[in-house]
Design a protein around this ligand. Structure first.
Ligand SMILES: [Zn+2]
Length: 347
């Protein structure tokens, strides 16, 4: 194609329908395409920042999170109930003996908690899967159209198998388009869930032992001061311990569910974001309505590249609830913060 001299000719008046007019239209087309490209990037990098979308994202995150907190609380509450029953049996077997009972109880608690991990792993991996699907769906523009879907909070108890196999994210069922599979086939996700369980079980066991020891002592001393002995003493101590622990366990299940849910939700979202293959940033969001600890208030709104970590007080946090880099419990327990991911302009 001969283009020689064309640009010189643009300085002259161009007759309509001429070859020269076609050239100027081509330049306009390129400019228009560039402008569209700019607008598209502008849309893609900012589409999750409008107040309406942010509100919906918060609602969806909490609908899913609350459903899981409810399920995990149910799981932990059941497990603590069984544990409490087991403790009653240990007390009875040892006739509430002040020397042998605590030793037998410690052994029982350790072996009881070992059996928890089997139930926990199924819930954890299912929750990670739900949140990975959720995040991939939000971040991929073709899947998330502003305001087109909302999640419902599930507060009816579902059976274990359903929780483990289908979770609470409706788009997980029969979802072929998202680049996320069931994370029970994902080595990293399973390793993460196991790591969390291996970290939380010893903590829970220690608390169980401490609480048992205190309530056992108190009930035993009361029984002695009442002049009880034999089976009366055993019954009195067993009742006292059961009453105290079951009351404490009500809050305990929820507290553990909440702490675990935040870490799991955020890790699941991280897996989902990564699966999209897009370039993105992550932004720390604090829940507006709840009590937000001061530490997280200062992280609120911070936005960093995907591979960087948030830093507070010298501790690195990859996401809210992350204690893998040594963040102490007071930075992760009972936290309800989360990350939003924003697509970042590529080249
Ligand atoms: Zn927080």
């Amino acid at each position: 194609m001969d283009t020689k001299g064309k640009y010189d000719e643009l300085n002259f008046t161009i007759p309509k329908g001429s070859k020269e007019e076609a050239t100027s239209t081509a330049i306009e087309l390129v400019e228009r395409r560039n402008k569209l490209r700019e607008e598209e990037w502008d849309y893609r990098t900012n589409r999750l920042r409008t107040p309406e979308v942010k509100k919906q994202l918060e609602d969806n995150h909490f609908a899913l999170l609350d459903s899981w907190e409810f399920a995990l609380n149910g799981l932990f509450t059941d497990l603590f109930k069984k544990q409490n029953l087991g403790l009653q049996q240990v007390i009875a077997r040892n006739n509430a003996n002040i020397f042998t009972t605590p030793i037998a109880v410690n052994t029982y608690i350790d072996s009881n908690f070992k059996s928890w991990s089997k139930d926990m792993i199924g819930y954890y991996v299912s929750m990670l899967t739900d949140f990975a699907y959720y995040q991939a769906e939000v971040l991929l523009p073709e899947n998330f159209q502003d305001g087109t879907y909302t999640y419902e909070k599930v507060t009816q108890r579902k059976n274990k198998e359903d929780i483990i196999n289908t979770g609470f994210n409706p788009s997980r069922a029969g979802q072929g388009q998202l680049p996320v599979g069931n994370l029970k086939y994902n080595r990293e996700a399973i390793a993460y869930a196991n790591e969390r369980i291996n970290k939380s079980i010893p903590d829970m066991a220690k608390t169980s032992k401490d609480r048992f020891s205190r309530s056992f002592r108190r009930s035993y001393d009361e029984a002695i001061s009442k002049g009880l002995s034999g089976s009366q003493l055993t019954d009195y101590v067993a009742d006292g311990v059961r009453g105290t622990l079951s009351k404490q366990n009500l809050n305990r299940g929820l507290m553990i569910a909440r702490t675990e849910a935040t870490g799991l939700a955020n890790y699941g979202r991280k897996v989902g974001a990564k699966a999209t293959g897009l370039v993105y940033t992550k932004q720390w969001i604090t829940s507006g309505d709840a009590v937000v600890r001061e530490a997280h208030m200062s992280l609120s709104g911070q936005e960093i590249d995907e591979h960087k970590s948030f830093v507070y007080d010298g501790y690195k946090l990859d996401y809210p609830g992350d204690y893998s880099n040594g963040a102490p419990a007071n930075l992760t327990i009972n936290c309800r913060c989360w990350l939003e991911y924003h697509e970042k302009r590529g080249i």
